[in-house]
Each structure stands twice: as structure tokens, then as C-alpha cells.
Design a protein around this ligand. Sequence first.
Ligand code: SAM
Length: 258
Amino acid sequence: MNCVGGLVMDEAEFDKFAEEYRELSEQVLGISGEDAQFFAEYKIRDTAGLVRKFNLPDNLRVLDFGAGIGTSTPWLRQYLPNCELDCVDVSRKSLEIAEYRFPDMARYTHFDGATLPWPENSFDLVFSACVFHHIPPAERPRLLAELRRVLKPGGLFVSFEHNPKNFLTVRAVNACRFDENAILLSGQEFLSKLNAAELTNPHLRYRIFFPGFLRALRPLEKFMTWLPLGAQYYVWSVDDLFGQVVWCRRCGGQYFRL
Ligand SMILES: C[S@@+](CC[C@H](N)C(=O)[O-])C[C@H]1O[C@@H](n2cnc3c(N)ncnc32)[C@H](O)[C@@H]1O
């Protein structure tokens, strides 16, 4: 147990599930008709799209916050091949497994749940996948401020979460052993937390509307990202470096000043 800001956090919660994490993920995500790799890949594909959209450097420094057993690691290497990747987690056992699986793909660092072991302005991209619902609500603002601290000016923050408004997602989470203490957060709730943490101009996109047997309809999903019914969603924010980003009120898009 670790006491952070007066709250007791079970540092080892995911140590208990590290060995069987892959198997449990496959079981629970299998309900959708897709496997865990499908879910891992789409997150990084979307994130890499934002990296390109905002012209982040090719050799960008990336932090995978709550990286677990390294589910996203090979996809980050594939979609952002020249990045420098740091994976951080409170579960030592998960990190050991990640390092065993992908020894040369990233640096793996344990985190005490309080202060990230990097100076401010260290990363161009801070990414997380399905981590915040495992963080007690009272702890979330402090950790977001900590992620904001290590993000460079002009950097990109992207975080994927399960959507509590999707009943199949809720059913899957309720059936999953490693989610027994999870407290899901809605996209709107996450957006307001980003604002409070000064992660500027946050955006929200819903994802994964069609189960595997309807995958032929997935090209339609790009028109549905506003609809709060997707199985998952992500929030993202790109720091407005010296007022260089122009926001289009009509289409919601962001453009750099020339
Ligand atoms: C559901 S797993 C997701 C792992 C990985 N991101 C993935 O997509 O497979 C949640 C992870 O968040 C980590 N975690 C929970 N609380 C955390 C915290 N306060 N700081 C960093 N990681 C945390 C857990 O140890 C676990 O590895």
C-alpha cells in the first residue's frame, strides 16, 4: 500500500493480474467480436493521426502512462517508428512482463503514484489507454496536473477510456476481474478534468460503434465521433504554443498560423 495525498492506493492491484492480463483482456474484449490487438492498434492509429495533424517531430518523446504489460508498445513502435518511448506504471510486475516481452522497444519505469520521475517539459506526447478508470476520482486531478507538468509546450495529450454510456461496455467491465474496482468516467467528465488541469482546448471523440459482425459499417464511424454511444472514447488536447493554434468555431478543427 502507498499513501498519496492522504489517500491509500493499492499499488499492487495490477500486480495480481499481470500474469493473466492478456487472457482476461481477450475474454472481455471478445464480447465485441474483435481481439485485444484490434483495440490496441486503433488507439495508436488514431493517436498517430493526431501526431501528423499537429506536425509533432518525427523523433518525438512519448510517455505511455499506465502502460501495463506493454499492450501499446509494439503499435507505438510501428506507427511512430522514430519515437523515444517511456512506459510508466505503478505495477512493477506488469512492467517486468512488458520489458520481458519488448526489451528493446521502450524504457520501463516504476512510478510511486505521486510524482513522475521526469522534469517538466519532457514529452511531446503523453498517451494513456484505459488507466483513468483505475485511478480513484479524487486522485485524477492531481495526476492530470502531473502529466501536464511533463508535457512540453506544444505537446499532445491523448487518453482513451471505456464509455459508461455504452451498455455493452458496462457489461464487459462488470464481468472483468481486473475491473472490479474500476470507476468509469464519462467523456464530458474527463473533458472538464482536462480543462481544470490546464490541458488546453480539450476535444472528445467516441469510437467503436459496431461489433465485429458489423465491421463492414466501420467506415461510417468517422462521421459518428460526436455520438456518445461508442464503446470507447478518447480525449485529447494539444497545447497552444504561443497562440499559434487557430480554432475554427464552425468545424471544431485546429490549424496552425502560417
Ligand atoms: C487496464 S490496465 C491498462 C494497461 C495498458 N494501458 C493497456 O492498454 O493494456 C490499467 C493500468 O493502469 C495502471 N495504473 C493504475 N493506477 C495508476 C496510476 N496511478 N499511475 C500509473 N498507472 C496506473 C495499472 O497498474 C494498469 O497497468
